[in-house]
Design a binder for this molecule. Structure first.
Ligand SMILES: NC(=O)c1ccc[n+]([C@@H]2O[C@H](COP(=O)([O-])OP(=O)(O)OC[C@H]3O[C@@H](n4cnc5c(N)ncnc54)[C@H](OP(=O)(O)O)[C@@H]3O)[C@@H](O)[C@H]2O)c1
Length: 338
């Protein structure tokens, strides 16, 4: 082959590779490290067996789906949330569809805002299973209300639940992991922990606080390489999060939640969470486009991101006032995974 032809071929390959990567990015539903781990990394089915996994917020949405997928991997499960009858329902489904026996699942009612109960709950898990390999901090609530119209009680509730409740439970489990020099602390944060949007200022604050806390904790645990501190940042995912969101008054929830079907399937989000756990990923973004691109913009070009978020923010408020789901900016094509 002549040198000219070789150079021409090389010149063709560069734009081709660029186009392929661009198409892959436009179809991506997770950050590129996560998708690489999904393709080439360790499988949850190999890595997460025989573990004791404690999941908060296991009575609904992402937490509920997480325990269903975990129950197929041969782990021992601790299911926590406030509503015991919902946890019992989830346990029954795990036993029907998973590979577990009754003794492998502990239903442990827990209110994350009742900080005084967390130590006792941790002791109950250790008494039952003797160890905690993975704590999944997932329980939480969102918000749909404008700051100027919202009572301070809502802000307190969001910080007490999403931030302090999570910090408190983590602090109870941490000494055990430090003693064993191993464990995974996996926290389901939100893209709202990376950037902010209108109608959710208190939620964003609580999730930003969580990001700061766990990034700080990770640096303190640098001498314990066996302990993983992992922050998961999902974009919109199908669940009851909007139905359960706080509004301008801490005692009220939304009457009209709008269509949620355009959001990422819960099963896909959870599969990616399991892949991140199996591969010890420290920061993980899980979102369909265009939400994923917005996260990249905030990370690398914050000035453009602020401009764009202001534009989209107006539409978010308009959607909410019209009884639509706040994030339904455009008709988003369902992805290959739904
Ligand atoms: N869905 C999304 O679009 C999305 C996006 C980004 C991040 N997230 C995060 O994902 C996590 C799970 O939310 P989800 O979408 O699955 O919503 P969800 O369906 O509303 O589930 C929320 C879970 O949190 C529990 N919970 C609420 N208050 C609690 C309390 N005081 N103490 C203990 N548990 C409590 C609920 O159980 P009980 O009511 O029985 O207590 C429920 O199991 C949250 O941290 C949320 O911020 C969700």
């Amino acid at each position: 082959m002549s040198w000219d032809l070789l150079l021409w071929l090389l010149a063709l390959c560069v734009p081709l590779a660029f186009v392929v990567q661009l198409v892959r990015f436009l179809r991506a539903d997770g950050d590129l490290t996560l998708l690489w781990a999904e393709w080439q990394g360790r499988r949850p089915e190999w890595e997460l067996t025989d573990m004791v996994v404690w999941v908060t917020g296991a009575s609904s949405g992402i937490g509920e789906e997480l325990v269903y997928q975990l129950s197929k991997l041969g782990v021992s499960l601790v299911l926590s949330a406030r509503r015991v009858h919902e946890l019992e329902r989830v346990k029954r489904r795990c036993l029907e569809n998973g590979n577990l026996k009754g003794k492998d699942i502990l239903v442990l009612p827990l209110d994350l805002t009742d900080i005084s109960s967390h130590e006792v709950a941790t002791k109950a898990v250790l008494q039952e299973f003797g160890k905690i390999d993975i704590l999944v901090n997932n329980g939480g609530r969102s918000q749909r209300s404008l700051c100027a119209e919202t009572s301070l009680d809502v802000y307190k509730e969001l910080i007490d639940l999403n931030y302090l409740g999570t910090v408190s439970l983590t602090k109870c489990v941490l000494p055990h992991m430090i003693e064993r020099k191993q464990g995974k602390i996996v926290t389901v944060n939100s893209l709202m922990g990376i950037f902010s949007a209108p109608l959710s200022s208190g939620y964003c604050a609580s999730k930003h606080a969580l990001r700061g806390f766990f990034n700080g904790l990770r640096t303190e645990l640098a001498t314990y390489p066996g302990i993983l501190v992992s922050n998961i940042f999902p974009g919109p995912v199908q669940s009851n999060i909007v139905k359960n969101a706080l509004t301008n008054d801490a005692t009220q929830t939304l009457c009209n939640v709008g269509d949620q079907s355009y959001k990422m399937a819960t099963s896909r989000c959870v599969r990616l969470i399991l892949i991140s756990m199996a591969n010890d990923l420290k920061e993980v973004w899980i979102a369909d486009q265009p939400f994923l691109s917005v996260a990249y913009l905030w990370q690398y070009t914050p000035t453009w991101a602020m401009w764009l978020t202001n534009k989209l923010g107006k539409k978010r408020i308009e959607n909410f006032k019209n009884g639509l789901d706040a994030d339904s900016y455009f008709k988003i094509r369902k992805t290959k995974h739904d």
